[in-house]
Design a protein around this ligand. Structure first.
Ligand SMILES: NC(=O)c1ccc[n+]([C@@H]2O[C@H](COP(=O)([O-])OP(=O)(O)OC[C@H]3O[C@@H](n4cnc5c(N)ncnc54)[C@H](OP(=O)(O)O)[C@@H]3O)[C@@H](O)[C@H]2O)c1
Length: 324
């Protein structure tokens, strides 16, 4: 009798939990359905930036060539925390690697996405109409058309330059990255293709004269792109792994990563909607970039220090001179 009652009670609890889960799921779907595309993009970038298992998966490229000692490695600390079957499963997932040179896929995709959205916007295509209408209904977007065009052009230039560098600077390398890293990169660039124009208002289809935002954002973009190009050229000229001699490396380990952050910051300034100093959808993309590059820069410093057996390297900044 007692057991029968327990059984009944257990069943009722399970049904109650399932109903609660269904109610939550439907609430989440309602919110997602009503949310502006720009808010969904922000959610994507911020949740991707806070990936809890980053240490297990992040090392790629040169840094894999000489793993850090167990005590220093975040991955090893994580391995201790998550052991057993879950740990073994994570290890086998982490073992799926693709060539580091597949970075060029990011820029091919980014260029394709830019062309796709440009053609949609110019021809009032159905995908553009659908997304832009949802944005306007959910929020009062207030970025003007000229801002969207400039941000689109900057992003397209960035992808084109990076693709050119990858093809031009190509040197034989066996270095690899985790397949999830590659997939996240593709998702990042696909989303950025929308982020640069989504806050533009459908109602302001006029061209405004260049604003203060343009005069601040564009020079930052040009300077950061130039510096990054120089640094990439320098790294490409190094036949084997060694300490970079370019002056930009004098005070920091990864100046090309800092330049990348400035490129997205300049985009966020140029594309800031009326009444805002930054475009927060692009800033959330910048958070994703900054956090991932920050972790990679830290791993790079440790790798240099170990590979060249020089503790002084640890005194240099990873990415931001004097700060980080
Ligand atoms: N937007 C984003 O989310 C995102 C994410 C990641 C990277 N990026 C950008 O993409 C660019 C490339 O990033 P990355 O992480 O691939 O840079 P990286 O690891 O520094 O590698 C860049 C190139 O330089 C080579 N290299 C690196 N250190 C070297 C050394 N000490 N000696 C000789 N060659 C060396 C690498 O060779 P190997 O191929 O042999 O390693 C690779 O060919 C950066 O500007 C970064 O900002 C953007």
């Amino acid at each position: 009798m007692h057991r029968k009652n327990g059984h009944k009670y257990g069943g009722a609890v399970r049904r109650g939990k399932a109903a609660m889960l269904r109610a939550w799921m439907s609430k989440i779907l309602d919110v997602l359905d009503m949310a502006a595309p720009s808010l969904l993009l922000r959610l994507f970038y911020v949740s991707a930036a806070s990936g809890p298992l980053r240490e297990r998966f992040i090392d790629y490229g040169s840094r894999e060539a000489a793993p850090a000692p167990k005590a220093e490695n975040g991955y090893e600390a994580q391995r201790k925390r998550i052991g057993g079957t879950a740990g073994a499963l994570l290890d086998s997932v982490a073992a799926v690697r693709v060539p580091h040179a597949w970075f060029n896929h990011f820029y091919v995709l980014s260029l394709l996405v830019s062309c796709f959205w440009a053609s949609q916007i110019l021809s009032d295509g159905s995908f553009f109409e659908w997304l832009a209408t949802r944005e306007v209904v959910a929020r009062s977007a207030s970025m003007s058309l000229d801002q969207a065009m400039l941000a689109w052009a900057m992003m397209t230039f960035q992808a084109g330059r990076r693709l050119y560098e990858c093809l031009d600077n190509h040197k034989p390398s066996a270095s690899k990255m985790w397949v999830g890293h590659w997939a996240a990169g593709l998702a990042f660039y696909a989303a950025m293709g929308v982020a640069v124009w989504i806050e533009a208002s459908l109602r302001s289809l006029h061209i405004d004269p260049p604003s203060l935002r343009t005069f601040v954002g564009l020079p930052i973009f040009v300077l950061a792109s130039g510096i990054q190009h120089d640094v990439h050229d320098h790294l490409a000229s190094m036949k084997k792994y060694s300490l970079p001699k370019h002056p930009m490396f004098a005070t920091c380990i990864c100046p090309h990563y800092l330049a990348e952050c400035f490129i997205y910051l300049s985009l966020a300034i140029v594309a800031a909607p009326q009444g805002h100093i930054l475009n927060w959808t692009i800033v959330s993309g910048l958070m994703f970039v900054g956090i991932n590059l920050g972790v990679t820069a830290k791993g790079t410093r440790l790798w240099y220090a170990r590979k060249f057996n020089d503790e002084r390297i640890m005194l240099k900044a990873c990415m931001i001179p004097g700060i980080f």
